[in-house]
Write a protein that binds this ligand. Structure first.
Ligand code: BGC
Length: 381
């Protein structure tokens, strides 16, 4: 039944997209039902790659590929009705095969860095692929961002896509077969929910996140320095020169890391060597789905709310973007052209006994939810 719905809605959407006249398009737009379409997008590792488009009743779209579990675009209007994507991404698979810095990707088995690519579990020392100097970053040389996932699109009350991946025992040096499911759903009030589930057959560190780069203006010619950020974090984890936490959990008070009230990102970034690339320790003591960060672009009126069950957010201000990568329309992606708010556990937790544990054991269930919701302030009707 669900498969039939999927086929019918796909056909309707093809008909809608074939309709060229502006007036007719307007009429057809009203008929758009929340839905999901699937497009062939090439292949990688001998497996078929697809691009799925999740559309809600407003006609807003999130595109996700099963290559890397990657969000490739999130298109919605700004306050003037201009539709643009609020995340960095490419129009074709080749952009991703060129290994951009994790644009929109699902990150695993371990988001962010593990010092020297080593950790101990019991009496065993594990050695991971070192892909960031001597450290292991975002799961190693071929993390979850570079594999082809199995996909199950579904239309229930809202469109959703579940991706599955079995990360084999020993992959990138991690112990245990880890079975992972990531579900993306787009609601009619423009909330993109990402739900992560995982199980293992041996104890292993797990830290899953999404690496979308947001620029709420929808145009990489504008930096994110004029956007305003709030993070519900009274503390952060300072880092050494290779971006590994020192182990200290430091108060943000009186420092450029204090985003407890909304602050313009560019206001104090000059005081942070290299720019923001730090884990913020959320004040929350539970793991309920709560509003933990907001980002606002005064120019377009777009406001992003980040709800999560996770204990930390890695705020990365796009410091290493240097213009060498271009958008599909040829615009250079310069430093601070976009930012990431990666909801996750703290970097290097397997080597920091005082950080919340990231070790998943057999019989346990890894579960986390992050919801990115976009509102438009000052909309002109
Ligand atoms: C890290 C940065 C890194 C970026 C892209 C972020 O999550 O914190 O240090 O450069 O990902 O790889």
């Amino acid at each position: 039944m669900k498969k039939i719905n999927f086929a019918i809605i796909s056909m309707c959407m093809i008909l809608v997209s074939c309709n060229n006249s502006a007036e007719k398009r307007q009429a057809a737009t009203e008929k758009i039902k929340a839905g999901i379409t699937k497009t062939d997008w090439g292949s990688a590792d001998g497996k078929a790659v697809y691009l799925f488009t999740l559309t809600n009743k407003n006609g807003d779209e999130v595109r996700v590929s099963n290559y890397g579990g990657t969000i490739t675009s999130w298109t919605m209007p700004d306050k003037n009705g201009n539709k643009t994507s609020i995340v960095l991404g490419f129009d074709s698979l080749s952009g991703y095969l060129a290994k951009p810095p994790y644009f929109g990707a699902t990150i695993g088995r371990y988001g962010n860095r593990i010092a020297n690519g080593k950790f101990n579990l019991g009496n065993t020392e594990y050695t991971l692929a070192q892909n960031n100097g001597k450290n292991s970053l975002h799961g190693g040389l071929k993390g979850f961002d570079k594999v082809v996932w199995d996909a199950s699109p579904l239309i229930d009350s809202i469109p959703s896509l579940t991706l599955h991946y079995l990360s084999k025992d020993g992959e990138e040096g991690f112990p245990g077969n880890l079975s992972v499911a990531v579900k993306f759903s787009l609601s009619d009030d423009d909330a993109l929910t990402i739900e992560y589930n995982a199980e293992t057959d041996k104890p292993t560190p797990v830290n899953l996140t999404n690496h979308s780069y947001f620029n709420l203006s929808g145009d990489v010619s504008n930096t994110i320095l004029d956007e305003t950020l709030m993070i519900n974090a009274g503390h952060y984890t300072p880092v050494d020169t290779s971006l590994i936490p020192t182990g200290e959990i430091k108060s943000v008070k009186g420092s450029p890391f204090d985003f407890t009230a909304p602050e313009k990102i560019g206001a104090r970034i000059g005081q942070v060597k290299g720019g923001y690339d730090h884990n913020f320790v959320l004040n929350r003591k539970d793991s309920l789905l709560d509003l933990e960060a907001t980002l606002f672009d005064p120019m377009t009126g777009r406001k992003l709310e980040v709800y999560t069950t996770q204990p930390g957010i890695q705020f990365y201000s796009g410091n290493f973007l240097d213009g060498s990568i271009k958008t599909s329309s040829g615009k250079p992606i310069n430093q601070h052209a976009a930012l990431c708010l990666e909801t996750q556990h703290f970097p290097d937790s397997p080597n920091e006994p005082l950080f919340p544990s990231t070790i998943l054991g057999p019989g346990e269930k890894y579960h986390s939810i992050t919801e990115y919701k976009v509102l438009v302030v000052g909309k002109k009707d």
